[in-house]
Design a protein around this ligand. Structure first.
Ligand code: ADP
Length: 192
């Protein structure tokens, strides 16, 4: 199954994707994780991305598309994937559509995890204390939420217009949200 998870920072995409990966037996592709790995490795790409990420802005579409293309070319994506953190703007949504069409592998599902903003801020503050991510400073969080509203939220309409959108309530315990996701995806899971 090819699935894209949509939702603001702090909506739980990463956590739920890690669980869904076991359930669906397909890899979890997080563009944030891919970028953080580049930063940690000190690669030229990572060095370019580091400051942009710390600010909470978007890394260039070109870098992201190259990274994604190379990730999709790996054999473990043959039976599908869970995409988390991409697309983050309309240009990326278009690029993804073209890329998947070229591979003859259209997206099956776009799932939006819906969480109210007050709760997002609270969750990210909790994560900042626990994990110390470089971009979980209050200023960066504000920027990421702003970027989400202006650039990423419109992508949700794009998938809705294509009849691919499923909305899942992201408020509740990890288990509750996971059960809702499984339920939302169950018809596809049965089909395989
Ligand atoms: P979160 O959703 O919690 O903000 P992510 O781990 O998905 O965190 O992304 C962290 C940062 O990595 C983003 O703020 C951005 O700078 C960069 N990034 C991740 N995915 C993309 C993308 N598709 N396009 C541009 N930048 C991205």
């Amino acid at each position: 199954m090819r699935l894209v998870l949509l939702g603001p920072p702090g909506s739980g995409k990463g956590t739920q994707a890690a669980r869904l990966k076991e359930y669906l037996q397909v890899p979890h592709i997080s563009t944030g994780d891919l970028l953080r790995a580049e930063v940690a490795a000190g690669s030229p790409l990572g060095m370019q991305a580091k400051e942009v990420m710390a600010r909470g802005d978007l890394v260039s579409d070109e870098i992201l598309l190259g990274m994604l293309e190379s990730r999709f070319s790996r054999a473990d994506t043959a039976n599908g994937f869970i995409l988390d953190g991409y697309p983050r703007n309309q240009a990326q949504a278009d690029a993804l559509g073209v890329l998947l069409q070229k591979m003859g592998k259209p997206m099956d599902y776009a799932v939006q995890l819906e969480v109210p903003t007050e709760l997002l801020v609270e969750r990210i503050a909790g994560r900042a204390a626990a994990e110390g991510r470089a971009d979980d400073t209050p200023e960066s969080v504000r920027t990421r939420l702003k970027v989400y509203d202006s650039q990423t939220a419109p992508v949700i309409d794009y998938y809705r217009q294509h009849g691919q959108l499923t909305v899942v309530n992201g408020v509740g315990s990890l288990d509750e949200v996971f059960s809702r996701l499984v339920e939302a995806l169950s018809p596809a899971k049965e089909v395989g």
